[in-house]
Design a protein around this ligand. Structure first.
Ligand code: LLP
Length: 421
């Protein structure tokens, strides 16, 4: 039996009526529930540090929840460092509460990192040089590209020669020289080869981690498994065996501890795994129309709200919340309001339009795009001058607005016409 079953009709999210949520907060609207996040965090208790890759869903209320659950945070931009501060994370700490992981510094972020002494996970020799000049003597970690990668889509594969991420595995010696020149201590290594990793690839990553750690030597006190833990989007998907996942990393950690004669901390850095399941995008069906052989449900959210289908052909489960629920199913294409034909939620990689079996529904019914908590809201845009949606967190059975919907004033307020200021 499939480990997960998705209902095609949905009346509530964590005890709160979907219709009530739509009426109170408008559509389209992202809704997250705290309980699932709590459970997913608890799944990973065996790791010494769970560091949330906030790029997956960076609302400060979500970050605050993570902090309360004892989860530390990864930031990939100055903006994400500011978000971590706003959620109450401290600049330093042991292990560092906030880590900046990137392949470059822009000047502003370099200044911010230096000002607060944020721990840096360097993804290029140039970053190492730049931080070395500004913060000689600091401790840094290196993000290594082991020369291979794996992802749910070519676009989420972050290892191998086609990826821009990390320090190429055979340049570790050069990096150690840069570090020595500036008195930097390389305190840890990090490998993230892609989103949607499996155990076979993981075993290779662990091997590469051990080999690289031996080159760096005893200054290492932590290793990070990166992110990439998959989540279930379709009934045919399978959970990764977390026990085995941990065992593989733990065995590498043990061997390195024996080699170095001191304890190493084992970190994991998931984004999707912690938040994907908790998030729902509530939309309203605004038109139902037949186009040749295809029946379309056109909803009021588009790829400006959820870009994963158009970017990667990603599949998201969907359900209907109807005033008059129907048991009758039909094959439909689900699309959005944008003036672009690729604005289709039921598409496969390459842009091929697919159909989905959904209950018969009418204009005014709600269509919920599920498992949208990771890389959903955060990849929103204002394309077609659509205001960015609200975000709501359901906590202890109560919905809380955690980001208000953008207004037209928000949209236009940053622009000006020369001569008319
Ligand atoms: N750590 C690093 C260094 C990363 O680059 C990433 C993701 C993560 C952790 C978290 O990966 P996760 O556990 O979420 O798979 N927008 C794409 C995903 C891009 C992931 C980029 N890096 C999507 O919607 O699938």
């Amino acid at each position: 039996m499939s480990p997960v079953q998705f209902d095609l009709q949905r009346r509530e999210i964590a005890g709160v009526g979907v219709r009530d949520l739509a009426e109170k907060f408008g559509t389209p609207c992202y809704v997250y529930e705290t309980d699932t996040i709590r459970q997913r965090v608890a799944d990973l208790f065996a790791f010494d540090v769970i560091r949330y890759a906030q790029k997956a869903c960076s609302n400060i209320a979500i970050l605050h929840l993570m902090r309360q659950l004892g989860v530390l945070v990864d930031s990939v931009s100055g903006g994400e460092i500011h978000r971590a501060f706003a959620a109450g994370y401290a600049a330093q700490g042991g292990p560092p509460q906030i880590v900046y992981t990137a392949d470059i510094f822009d000047e502003e972020t370099l200044d911010l990192v230096v000002e607060h002494g944020i721990h840096v996970n360097c993804g290029s020799p140039d970053m190492l040089e730049q931080i070395g000049r500004r913060l000689p003597g600091a401790g840094v970690t290196l993000r290594i590209n082991p020369g291979f990668g794996h992802g749910h889509s070519q676009k989420t594969n972050t290892g191998g020669p086609q990826s821009k991420h990390g320090i190429w595995h055979d340049q570790v010696d050069d990096c150690l020289q840069i570090a020595d020149r500036h008195g930097l201590a390389v305190t840890g290594l990090h490998m993230h080869i892609g989103s949607g990793t499996d155990l076979q690839h993981l075993a290779e990553v662990c091997g590469a981690m051990e080999a690289t750690a031996k080159i760096v030597g005893r200054s290492i006190t932590s290793i990070s498994a990166g992110g990439g833990l998959p989540t279930l989007y379709e009934e045919k998907d399978e959970y990764v065996d977390l026990e085995q996942y941990f065992q593989l990393w733990d065995a590498s950690r043990q061997r390195l501890q024996d080699e170095f004669g001191h304890r190493l901390s084992l970190e994991i850095e998931p984004g999707r795994y912690l938040v994907a399941e908790s998030g729902y995008l509530i939309t309203e069906i605004r038109a139902v129309k037949q186009m040749g052989e295809n029946l379309f449900y056109l909803v009021d959210a588009g790829f400006n709200n959820l870009a994963r289908p158009i970017l990667y052909g990603s599949y998201h489960p969907m359900s209907i919340c109807s005033q008059q629920p129907s048991d009758k199913m039909q094959s439909v294409v689900v699309g959005g309001p944008l003036c672009e034909s690729g604005d289709i939620f039921t598409q496969e990689e390459g842009g091929f339009v697919a159909t989905r079996e959904l209950p018969v529904a009418n204009v005014g019914d709600l269509l919920i795009i599920e498992r949208a908590g990771a890389y959903g809201f955060v990849m929103s845009s204002n394309y077609n001058s659509k205001p960015i949606s609200a975000e709501v967190l359901v906590h202890d059975g109560q919905p809380h607005l955690i980001r208000r919907r953008q207004t037209i004033d928000d949209l236009l307020g940053l622009e000006s016409i020369p001569g008319l200021e």
